[in-house]
Design a protein around this ligand. Structure first.
Ligand SMILES: NC(=O)c1ccc[n+]([C@@H]2O[C@H](COP(=O)([O-])OP(=O)(O)OC[C@H]3O[C@@H](n4cnc5c(N)ncnc54)[C@H](OP(=O)(O)O)[C@@H]3O)[C@@H](O)[C@H]2O)c1
Length: 341
């Protein structure tokens, strides 16, 4: 079976990563790529690394064409743009994997507060499945609309899922000290993302008010069954790609944990997950070891009541395009690792 796939927003960072992965997918044929700036130019002209590997032409964003040319559609658009398209695609019976934040938050009021705009397609929020396979694999199998998780939330939720799901640590406060490379902000040029501003610098931004905080809270609250309190501070690394998060939490009163016991717990918990790797005691994730892969690496250290969990992903792969293809594989019943290992 070959699935015709369209990539909307293909000229962006995550769109290009999607193209790269899907080109290698034995059961996907890229039948359309869409954007504003790349209109009617060969994709291999826009991205010479694909020369000799594809003849696909970039089209303007035309819903009718997308519907006609695709069975499944990856939306790699900025938030607020996705929700203009999704209702048409869902109505036409297409399977949609949306990489933006438009369908991740269950409560439209929270969306409005953090994204500064009223949601225009609240009806489809209920239909969307949060596309974190490690949590929602069963629901993803039958979903028509996937809200692909944010990059920071992917690393945070996977790091905390075992402890909170098993009730093995305090659910609040969860202190998340996060760092990302500059590609996390997308391709849109802005003064403070210029090379000369990012290079040789390291800074915090959106301190405890980043739009990914409610997404992390929402999912960890569901996992733990208790309202979690998240303190989330993102930082900008002078690197192109990668996310590393150092997370601090406490064990339950009277329950002191050892590093060894937690490493064992995590290894058992994620034993069957193809894309979560747990480090041995005393060893911790490095961005270099996850770059270009769909893996989330996790390291754990416990000292009395203090627990530290460190996770790393490639923001463009497990944090975006790789996870989107992982969801695609699950939706169509392909081996989950297809085109991702
Ligand atoms: N970057 C990451 O690490 C990451 C991780 C997880 C999720 N995401 C999410 O994935 C989505 C894409 O991110 P990105 O980093 O790839 O962004 P990006 O580099 O800025 O790319 C955005 C894409 O959308 C297109 N686009 C922008 N505005 C449009 C409009 N009004 N109408 C039609 N097309 C438009 C752009 O094409 P033009 O050439 O026409 O401008 C480009 O192809 C975002 O929602 C982002 O939040 C990104």
């Amino acid at each position: 079976m070959t699935i015709r796939v369209g990539i909307v927003g293909a000229t962006g960072y995550a769109g290009e990563a999607l193209f790269d992965i899907l080109l290698r997918h034995p059961s996907a044929a890229i039948t359309g790529v869409y954007s504003r700036s790349g209109d009617r130019r060969a994709f291999s002209e826009l991205f010479p690394r694909f020369k000799g590997r594809t003849g696909v032409i970039c089209s303007p964003l035309d819903v009718k064409k997308i519907v006609n040319d695709s069975d499944a559609v990856f939306l790699s658009l900025p938030h607020t743009v996705s929700m203009e398209l999704v209702p048409h695609l869902v109505k036409a019976g297409k399977k949609v994997i949306d990489l933006s934040a438009d369908y991740r938050l269950r409560d439209p009021a929270v969306y409005r507060r953090f994204y500064k705009i009223k949601h225009k397609d609240a009806g489809n929020i209920k239909r969307a499945v949060y596309g974190l396979p490690e949590l929602y694999r069963a629901k993803i199998k039958t979903a028509g609309l996937i809200a692909n998780p944010g990059c920071y939330p992917t690393a945070a939720i996977l790091a905390l899922f075992p402890l909170l799901a098993l009730g093995a640590a305090e659910h609040s406060p969860l202190i998340i000290d996060a760092k990302s490379g500059a590609s996390g902000a997308g391709k849109n040029p802005s003064g403070d993302m210029m090379f000369s501003e990012v290079h040789d610098d390291f800074r915090a931004y959106k301190v405890n008010c980043h739009q990914h905080a409610p997404e992390i809270t929402q999912e960890l609250t569901r996992v733990s069954g208790k309202k979690t309190g998240v303190i989330f501070v993102p930082h900008l690394l002078p690197l192109t790609r990668g996310i590393l998060e150092t997370i601090y939490l406490r064990s339950l009163p009277g329950q002191k944990r050892s590093t060894g016991s937690l490493v064992t717990l995590y290894k058992k918990f994620y034993k069957t997950e193809p894309f979560v790797r747990i480090k041995d005691a005393g060893s911790f994730p490095r961005l270099k070891e996850t770059a270009g892969t769909n893996f989330c690496d996790i390291g754990i250290q416990a000292d009395g009541a203090d627990i530290i969990v460190i996770s790393a992903i490639d923001n463009l792969i497990k944090g975006a395009a790789g996870q989107a293809v992982q969801n695609f594989n699950i939706m169509y019943g392909f081996p989950e690792t297809t085109a991702l290992l």
